[in-house]
Write a protein that binds this ligand. Structure first.
Ligand code: FPP
Length: 237
């Protein structure tokens, strides 16, 4: 099956660091390396879209010192890695409520989003201060506001219109969602977008995720039958 779009919940950085008796931030740094190698592996496999859950709307509840270090790491990673990624054909975009970040980080995200590779091979969508419920609510607010202004009739609201106001609506549907780190939950990631996505919960901690692990997930994915509500007989007819 042709895979266009993969989403990943990158979990397990803290445990990876703890196993090595290092601070959690060390795990996040190793997580950035895993992001780089995953991007390469996706480009090589012809996957055109990758959406990564880098910071959820709930992650602000972590200890302030960890949040601060994560923000510094985001900024440094964008500064350091974006030129090379651009050369590799990677366009970087962001989803989430970006207004909560420092002005410096917001400016950097705007700058990086404006960069367009000459030969685009993959779009990386980084979800930051993102929550699936937030996404649905912001779409509902947009429609409510259009209705209030008299530009939208209630009878025109359907799934297709609603979808157009959610994040990633212009992108191919998400074929598979991978969560590393062994937990089996979605944690308020792409709730609307993953209605028919194939889910993979794997024990590998995010810093250990590499091309080999990705390939094994893809092999597994190819064994699945995506029925979208139909029966197996209908699909094979
Ligand atoms: C979850 O692991 C990971 C995060 C909340 C941060 C993810 C960030 C990165 C991988 C680095 C930056 C990425 C980009 C795109 C610049 P955890 O800390 O919850 O691990 P644990 O469950 O073992 O504690």
């Amino acid at each position: 099956m042709n895979v266009q779009h993969i989403a990943i919940i990158m979990d397990g950085n803290g445990r990876w660091a703890a196993q090595r008796k290092r601070p959690r931030t060390w795990g996040h740094k190793a997580g950035v390396k895993a992001v780089k190698s995953t991007l390469k592996a996706c480009v090589q496999s012809g996957i055109s879209h990758l959406t990564l859950f880098a910071f959820s709307s709930e992650n602000w509840r972590r200890p302030q010192s960890e949040v601060k270090r994560l923000m510094t790491l985001f900024l440094q990673s964008l500064e350091k890695e974006s030129p090379e990624l651009l050369q590799q054909g990677v366009a970087i975009r962001f989803i989430g409520d970006l207004s909560a970040f420092s002005e410096k980080l917001q400016i950097k995200m705007q700058e990086v989003s404006a960069l367009q590779p000459e030969d685009k091979r993959l779009t990386l969508h980084v979800a930051v201060n993102y929550g699936g419920r937030w996404d649905i609510v912001q779409a509902a607010k947009q429609l409510a506001s259009m209705h209030q202004q008299g530009t939208l009739d209630l009878s025109d609201i359907d799934e297709s219109l609603f979808n157009r106001h959610t994040c990633l609506s212009q992108q191919p549907p998400i074929d598979l969602l991978i969560r590393t780190g062994g937990e089996q939950r979605i944690s308020n990631f792409l709730l609307w977008q993953c209605a028919y996505t194939e889910l993979f919960f794997i024990d590998t901690l995010w810093p250990d995720f590499d091309e080999k692990v990705l390939q094994s997930v893809l092999v597994d994915y190819n064994k699945r039958e995506r029925r979208f509500g139909q029966t197996s007989d209908q699909l094979n007819a």
